[in-house]
Structures are given as C-alpha cells and as structure tokens.
Write a protein that binds this ligand. Structure first.
Ligand code: CAP
Ligand code: MG
Length: 412
C-alpha cells in the first residue's frame, strides 16, 4: 500500500490556485503527524493507507502542509477540491472545517483564518448594500449608526413593540432590530409586528427622521425566501438572519434573491460554541469572511474586547475583514458592535472601531431610568460625543439624558 506524504514544508503555492488555511493545533502527536492527519482527512486520505489512491489523484487533489510553526499549521487545498458553483459555503466548510475536529488522535484544532483564490471569490456576489448603501438609505453619511435591540427580547405584543421602535427613533436612533429569538411567536405574530413597525418608521420619516428596523426571518431553509418576501411586502426596511443557526446558505439565498431589495442584518447567535475556545473550533474571522462572500450587509462582530460578549481588545481582524476593499471584490459590510453596550462604553468602542460602525444597545437603551426615548437620546448623544472627539463626561454636562446614563452605568 503506497503511503504518501502531505508535507510540503517551506514550499510556496500559487494563491490563485489554492485555498490556504491557518489552523491552531494542540496535540500530543508530533506536529508533522498531526498536520498530515488533517491534510489527509480533509483531502484525499483517511486514517489508513488505501489501495485506490493513485499518485495522479494524490498529486492533483491532496492537501499540502506548507508551514508548521509552534502550534500553527498552514495548509493549502487545491481549488479543484472545491465545488463552488453547486456546493458553495457548505462544501467549503466541509473541507476546511469538517471531520478534522473529530480526529481523536489530534486533540484540539481551531480554524484561525482562510484565504480564498480570486477564482472562488468571483463566484460569490457579496453584499448588495454594504456600508455605503445602508448609509444612503439612512441619509447618514459619516457618523456611526446607533441602534437598539427591542427588549424584552420576547413577550411584547406588536403595538408595544412598534411603540418601542417609534420612541427609539424619536430619541435619535438610526436602527433597531428584532432580537435573535423572536420570529413569529403567538404573542407577536411576524406580520402584525412588521406592519406595526413599518407604520412607526413611516411616521418617524414623516417627522423628518430616517430609521431602519431588521425583522428576523430566521427559519427553515425551504421557507426563508418566502417568509422574507412576505416580510418585505409588509413593509420591512431590513431583514435579519441568524447565520449560524440558519446557515451561510440562507444568507446567500437571501442576498442573491433578486426580489429582496432591503439590506440583510446578520446576527451570529450560537457562534460562541465555535469561537470562544481559543484552542478548539472556528475563529470569528473565517465566519466574517464567509458572511461577506454570501452577501450579509451588516454583521455582528462583538464589541472589540470592550463589552459583555467575549472578544480580544485590539483584535481588529473582523473589523478589517468587513472593511477590506483591496483583497476582495465586494462591497463592505457594516460592522455591528453590540452586546452589553451602554452610553458610557460607546467612546471606547468607537476608539477601536472608527466611524464605520453600527453600535447598538438593548439593555443600554431600555434600561435607562428615563425610559426608551431618553435611553435612545443618551446613546445618540454618546455617539455624537465620540464623533466629535469629545470626552463623554464633558459632553454629558450639557446633555442630561447622557448624564443620567453615566450615573447609572458609568463609563469605560
Ligand atoms: C444584545 C443582544 C445581542 C448581542 C449578541 C443580546 O443585547 O441582543 O444579541 O449583541 O452578541 O441578546 O445580547 P444587549 P454579539 O445590548 O442587551 O446586551 O453581538 O456578540 O453577537
Ligand atoms: Mg440579542
């Protein structure tokens, strides 16, 4: 039985002919052995030598271990291993992030990053709107967008829900959204909610304020396009989809559906099951790159190490992957910073993110002692302070709503 070596250490490959993946591997094995086990399992091999693997097949389609440095491994998969037109992201993930996690012999593996060749990137359309399109729809050319998540995340009936959105808009917010667990429960049927919210947004617009609300259309694959179509016909100005629970294919289907004419806000609930363990799973960066390829217009990337959700301060890799207009042929993605956000933290986030960001707060608006409209005003004022480069406490001296928020939650 011919044994093949997947080691090509020190070699370069044509970046236009390979998908290159960086992995972090924690193992008792020799790293070369672990690297070969991953390369084999994810390309032409299995746990033992096989009589049916010819030299020709191995040379053409075998994975290549290019570099091993400490606990990092760089693998190159020939572009012919992928079936982009038909298999799309589901098949890409089965190669770069498939069985390898289950290889008992290896221990822990994390997919840290992935680089796609131009020929594959061209097969995806990317966002329809992106930052520019969203800003244009909101008539908000330069400032960070500022939003809320309607809280409680479940339980409000349509009228109260829409009143929350109206109050948030009167407080100056540019965006609001359904929470990730709200879709079409009996206490808030999606049609009634969408119609009521659309009326609230129309009323705000007639009063001179443009605002978007993302209706959550996360559902099963065979229903999501029909639901999105209906929600749009009921007046939704933005759709929301939970990419991990619905799948990248759902994001791509919504984004490439010619009848969908509104931006797609991509939530990432359940991502923590993959992204939080620094030694095992999938880092957020490949997820961010794939969401952009599939056409998400806005994507949660956490609060850059500043809020309640996990994240590393100073890690701008996801932000950069949303804004990168050099290496990928797509519109940019609006980075969404959310999770444990309140007015006193906005300045610290904007310092990390820059102005191309959508900062949103659920508890940080609904928890304001003055109620939703005042809470929204405090968030809007905090964003204004950050935009003007002013210290939030200084700015609060002339803005009572912000001052009250700082008294309740402090500042970062
Ligand atoms: C924020 C949120 C969002 C988080 C998700 C929540 O609410 O609605 O789902 O932003 O985290 O349910 O926690 P709060 P991430 O503002 O009240 O925290 O954005 O990291 O995916
Ligand atoms: Mg939520």
């Amino acid at each position: 039985m011919k044994e093949y070596s997947y080691l090509h250490l020190g070699e370069d490959v044509d970046p236009d002919a390979f998908v290159i993946c960086d992995y972090r591997v924690t193992t008792e094995m020799k790293m070369e052995k672990a690297a070969e086990a991953i390369a084999a399992e994810q390309s032409t091999g299995t746990w033992t030598g096989i009589s049916t693997l010819s030299e020709d097949i191995f040379e053409k389609y075998g994975g290549r271990v290019l570099k091993i440095s400490g606990d990092s491994i760089r693998l190159a998969y020939p572009v012919e291993d992928f079936s982009v037109e038909v298999g799309a992201v589901p098949q890409i993930l089965s190669v770069i992030a498939g069985n390898l996690f289950g290889l008992e012999s290896i221990g822990k593996v994390r997919v840290e990053d992935v680089y796609f060749p131009k020929c594959m990137l061209r097969e995806f359309k990317g966002p329809k709107f992106g930052i520019e399109g969203i800003r244009k729809a909101l008539d908000r050319p330069g400032k960070p967008l500022v939003g809320t998540i309607v809280k409680p995340k479940i339980g409000l009936p349509p009228k109260a829900f829409a009143d929350y959105v109206y109050e948030a808009g009167k407080g100056g917010l540019t965006n609001s959204k359904d929470d990730e667990t709200l879709v079409d429960q009996t206490f808030c049927p999606i049609e009634d909610r969408t119609v009521a919210v659309a009326e609230a947004l129309d009323r705000l617009e007639s009063e001179g304020h443009k605002m978007m609300h993302a209706i959550n259309v996360s559902t099963s694959g065979h229903k999501i396009l029909e639901l999105a179509d209906k929600v749009q016909s009921w007046g939704a100005r933005e759709l929301m989809v939970d990419v991990i629970t619905c799948g990248f294919a759902a994001v791509q289907a919504l984004a490439e559906d010619p009848s969908i004419k509104v931006p797609i806000h991509v939530h990432r609930t359940m991502h923590g099951a993959m992204t939080r363990d620094p030694l095992h799973g999938v880092s957020m960066l490949p997820i961010t790159k794939l969401v952009r390829m599939c056409g998400g217009d806005a994507l949660h990337i956490g609060t850059l190490g500043v809020g309640k959700m996990s994240g590393t301060k100073g890690d701008h890799s996801n932000l950069d992957a949303c804004l990168d207009d050099i290496t990928v042929p797509y519109k940019t993605v609006m980075p969404v910073c959310s999770g444990g956000v309140y007015p006193g933290i906005v300045g610290a986030i904007v310092k990390e993110s820059g102005m191309d960001v959508q900062i949103q707060a659920g508890g940080g608006v609904a928890g304001h002692p003055g109620g939703v409209r005042i809470g929204a005003m405090a968030m809007s004022q905090a964003v204004d302070a950050a935009y003007l480069g002013k210290d939030v406490e200084e700015y609060a001296k002339d803005h009572i709503e912000l001052k009250q928020a700082l008294e309740k939650w402090g500042r970062k």
